[in-house]
Write a protein of this length. Structure first.
Length: 597
């Protein structure tokens, strides 16, 4: 490995620079390359979708509808086939994959995954599917930075430290919002603030943002400039009900996405490579329905499709009616959930901001209309600019509820507006939405996606320490692939099966023909009852002690110790007999040792 590094690095870098200096130089290189990649990704999606829309509009309405149904469906099919057979890590937003690479793979992301993420993200979102570009940009830029780290360093810690550099550079270039790029990495990836990590990230962020501003322009990607300051007024109390609504709707969004995604993974109604195509077709149907229902012919006509910032800017400028805002909110919500859950390749940043902006616009329009019809609320202004303020408050609150990065949600709105006057209601609404969402769903969305894929969170920093690991759901440490026994089988045949498949455990779950849990049996009990006709006769009538996937490790351990059980089945909270996993005291002991270590 050392020889490879010596042959690869330029002589001046190897001989004249020490490790710290080399790291800073490489941060400049990473920032430059990540800025170029982010801008290229932006242009590829933007121009591809503009071309698609022009092609759809050129001919008769039937061609228009057929084009906007076929394009997202075809993109989903291409994503499904590629993810199934070539690049499985290119599904989803890319941020969970980046976290898993940082903590479980030493910060190593293959160049192949970055290339396929770029291609599939461009096709999937550019051909009309309702996801965003920021998450995939993070994954692409993390892959670039990781490759630079592996090229330049032998030290695994240095290789790992290059990944957050690329992540920050990607966000800075994608949003043209450098401060929020830094806070996002600390909140989502590193989970703490470190001056040691800050230096290289700042360099990369500055370079990436400079590249983005040179090629795209000085303004943020989403333009929401406030012409004049908002004065502190009673109407700003709207941040409280808006934060409450965003917290509840944000939780509904996360819950719907996770559960529908799980349904696609477990039910297998369609082959896995077809599911993204079904999601694309659904997006096309929803987008066309919203288009025809609203009859909206302005700039926001296409905003259920692709990223949708046109509608957000139109809502900010009070150019949308209540009916259009409500239709776009519902259609976009459904399209994003289906697109992501079915296995599409795209992010959730843009959709989250879109949904929050529509929610805020809906409340803002209602607030202005209420003042106009009632003389009893003189403190509430009738000035339509209040609607723009509510749009911004909704964007921040929804971002805090879904992405769970409350400080990033504050700063990103500030960077997009260039205005400080909404900071107080923004803080109130964001914190309220964040707390509500956190209470309803303790594990954040990106971490829940990792858990759903069977990737343990035991190594993530948010769960280090004796106090933290006990609060984890058992889903994070349980065995997901469970070896179960059929209740109708004879004990003698079961013993032969156990020996043949080398599955010699202390105990086993027993399931019926519908794969529902009917009991637990030990290997010793099977041997003692070898002459019985079936396992059903042995376990029938016994009490089944189980835990749900959301039970904390602490509570599960207490139940097992009190009942003197070495293992328990993990079941669905909704269906107590649906077997989802298997938990043993050894699993808990390993987690405790990992946390203390």
């Amino acid at each position: 490995m050392l020889e490879t590094t010596k042959k690869t690095l330029p002589d001046w870098m190897r001989n004249r620079l020490n490790d710290a200096q080399r790291f800073l130089v490489l941060c400049v290189l990473a920032g430059f390359l990540c800025g170029l990649a982010a801008v290229a990704f932006h242009f590829s999606i933007h121009h591809l979708f503009e071309w698609l829309w022009e092609q759809a509009e050129e001919r008769d309405p039937l061609w228009f509808a057929a084009t906007l149904l076929a394009a997202p469906t075809l993109a989903g099919l291409l994503v499904g086939l590629t993810v199934r057979y070539v690049a499985p890590e290119a599904a989803g937003s890319g941020i969970p994959q980046t976290k898993a690479a940082y903590y479980n793979k030493g910060g190593k992301i293959s160049g192949k995954s970055g290339i396929f993420r770029f291609i599939l993200g461009s096709l999937y979102v550019g051909l009309g599917n309702s996801l965003g570009r920021e998450g995939p940009t993070v994954h692409v830029c993390a892959a670039i930075s990781s490759r630079i780290g592996r090229w330049a360093f032998n030290d695994p810690a240095r290789v790992q430290s290059m990944l957050p550099v690329g992540m920050a550079a990607g966000i800075a270039a994608a949003f043209n919002a450098p401060l929020s790029a830094l806070t996002f990495v600390f909140e989502e990836l590193l989970d703490n603030f470190s001056m040691k990590a800050l230096g290289g990230m700042v360099i990369a962020v500055v370079v990436a943002a400079a590249v983005s501003r040179t090629l795209i322009g000085e303004d943020p990607v989403l333009t929401a400039r406030i012409a004049e300051d908002y004065k502190t007024s009673a109407w700003m109390l709207v941040a409280l009900p808006l934060g409450l609504a965003a917290g509840v709707i944000g939780h509904l969004f996360v819950w719907s996405t996770l559960n529908l995604r799980k349904w696609f993974q477990t039910r297998q109604v369609l082959p896995s490579w077809i599911s993204p195509a079904a999601g694309g077709l659904s997006c096309g149907l929803l987008g066309l329905a919203a288009f025809y229902f609203t009859g909206h012919l302005g700039n926001a006509q296409n905003s259920v499709f692709s990223i949708g910032y046109q509608s957000l800017e139109a809502a900010f400028e009070n150019r949308l009616s209540v009916g259009i805002i409500a239709t776009l909110l519902i259609a976009k919500f459904l399209a994003v959930v289906i697109n992501y859950a079915s296995g599409g390749s795209g992010g959730l940043f843009s959709p989250t901001l879109f949904l929050g902006g529509m929610l805020g616009g809906l409340i803002g329009v209602g607030l202005v209309d209420l003042q106009q019809i009632s003389a009893l609320i003189p403190a509430f202004p009738s000035d339509p600019k209040v609607i723009g303020g509510c749009v911004l408050l909704g964007m921040g609150a929804m971002f805090a509820a879904v992405v769970r990065c409350p400080f990033t949600s504050l700063i990103i709105i500030f960077e997009m507006t260039g205005n400080y006057s909404l900071i107080l209601p923004l803080m109130a609404g964001n914190m309220l939405a964040w707390q509500i969402a956190k209470h309803l769903q303790p594990v954040s969305m990106y971490s829940s996606l990792l858990l759903q894929d069977g990737i343990s969170l035991r190594s993530l920093p948010a769960y280090r320490g004796a106090q933290d690991y006990r609060k984890l759901p058992v889903q994070s440490i349980m065995t997901h692939e469970v070896f179960s026994l059929q209740a109708s089988h004879k004990p003698a045949d079961v013993l032969k099966q156990i020996t043949a498949e080398n599955k010699k455990f202390h105990a086993y779950p027993v399931v019926d023909e519908n794969n529902l849990l009917v009991g637990i049996i030990t290997k010793h009990e099977i041997a003692e009852n070898i002459l019985r006709d079936s396992l059903q006769e042995i376990v029938e009538g016994r009490e089944i002690v189980s835990v749900s996937i959301d039970t904390s490790i602490r509570d599960a351990a207490n139940q097992m110790i009190v009942r003197n059980f070495q293992q328990v089945p993990v079941v669905s909270q909704a269906e107590k007999n649906k077997l989802l996993g298997w938990l043993t005291l050894n699993d808990i002991a390993r987690q405790q040792n990992a946390a203390e270590g």
